[in-house]
Ligand binder design. Structure first.
Ligand code: NAD
Ligand code: LMR
Length: 325
């Protein structure tokens, strides 16, 4: 058995947190030889519900779960944290865009960025799930000046998984046969799910589907999937979001496969002409606990236009919260 790692989950009594805590505690993120200390954060009125989550975690008797800390104090929750899932935030309801949450949720990420700065390990890996995820990650990172901005990422893995699964269904194959999907940009309706580089069984998928299908079916379906789920469930995605969060953190820590890259929203380094200063989803490969943006892919005119739209939205979101940075 390895030395225990400390995993913080904010909003741990919420819908996503309830899924995430059990899967991480049981070893589904880092494997069954990695002991876990769970540090669960909630707001004070939700502490009783959080206590219920802790009791259920104990009742699972997971061999990997060494200790549970349940608290409403962000400093305690991020103490020596190695992995931070920033989930706790207000979700959108029907008819809202994720950016409508910016004002309500921004304060949370300012406060938690500071708590991470003052308490977490300097090599902590942070994944922001709470919406609008990209810009919340930027706020948290800006408030943690002692931690490398590359340690702050936001989640577009759910969009990546949705895009793979939808395309696999269209082609009548399993989603693991779809390689090199890309989600560019914001976790919002402007995101650009790009199949230009996707292969299936070593064949280019672009040759197997029509441009018409890509434009009028595939792209809008992936962009609007979150809203469709809210319409169907009356609440936003939870189990699939937790699953994607585990995929993101597992690949970042343990590495991506040789065959395919994944999508992660990470600080832009200017690749593909994207302005530095925003957290943008790129294709990345992960190795030895680090990620690298996949460079020098050929981007056609169709893709360039769409990448510019989502970049411009992220620059606008940044301007709206500039005072918090
Ligand atoms: P939820 O309302 O079920 O749970 C949120 C929890 O966060 C609640 O228990 C609440 O008490 C807690 N919370 C609120 N403020 C907090 C704070 N300051 N500190 C700690 N905890 C706090 O919501 P949910 O369905 O779990 O969704 C959480 C967030 O994740 C939402 O913003 C949602 O839009 C977002 N989301 C993102 C993705 C993605 O792909 N990036 C996917 C699904 C949901
Ligand atoms: C999703 O994509 O399912 C989440 O971001 C929730 C939402 O508001 O759509």
């Amino acid at each position: 058995m390895n030395k225990p790692v400390r995993v913080t989950i904010t909003g741990a009594a919420g819908q996503i947190g309830y899924q995430l805590a059990f899967r991480i505690a049981s070893g589904q993120m880092l494997g069954v030889n990695q002991p876990i200390i769970l540090q669960l954060l909630e707001i004070t009125p939700a502490l009783s519900a959080l206590n219920g989550v802790s009791m259920e975690l104990e009742d699972c008797a997971f061999p990997t779960l060494k200790k549970i800390i349940a608290t409403d104090d962000a400093n305690e929750a991020f103490d020596q944290c190695d992995f931070g899932f920033l989930v706790g935030a207000m979700p959108r309801g029907p008819g809202m865009e994720r950016s409508d949450l910016l004002e309500a949720n921004a304060k949370i990420f300012t406060h938690q960025g500071l708590a991470i700065n003052n308490n977490a390990n300097k090599n902590v890996k942070i994944l922001v799930v709470g919406n609008p995820a990209n810009t919340n990650a930027l706020i948290a990172s800006s408030n943690a000046p002692d931690i490398d901005p590359k340690n702050f990422t936001a989640m577009t893995r759910l969009d990546h998984n949705r895009a793979k699964s939808y395309l696999a269904k269209k082609l009548g194959v399993q989603s693991n046969e779809i390689q090199n999907m890309i989600i560019w940009g914001n976790h919002s309706a402007t995101q650009y799910p790009d199949i230009s580089h996707v292969t299936c069984d070593d064949q280019r998928v672009l040759d197997a589907v029509s441009l018409e299908w890509i434009e009028s079916d595939f792209i809008p379906t992936v962009q609007q999937r979150g809203a469709e789920i809210i319409k169907a469930r009356g609440a936003s995605s939870a189990a699939s979001a937790a699953s994607a969060a585990i995929d993101h953190m597992r690949d970042w820590s343990l590495g991506t496969s040789d065959k395919s890259w994944v999508s992660m929203a990470v600080p832009s380094d200017g690749s593909y002409g994207i302005s530095p200063g925003i957290i943008f989803s790129f294709p990345v490969i992960c190795k030895d606990g680090n990620f690298e943006i996949v460079k020098d892919l050929k981007i056609n005119e169709f893709s360039k236009d769409r990448i510019l739209i989502t970049e411009s939205e992220l620059r606008e979101e940044r301007s709206a919260i500039e005072s918090l940075l």
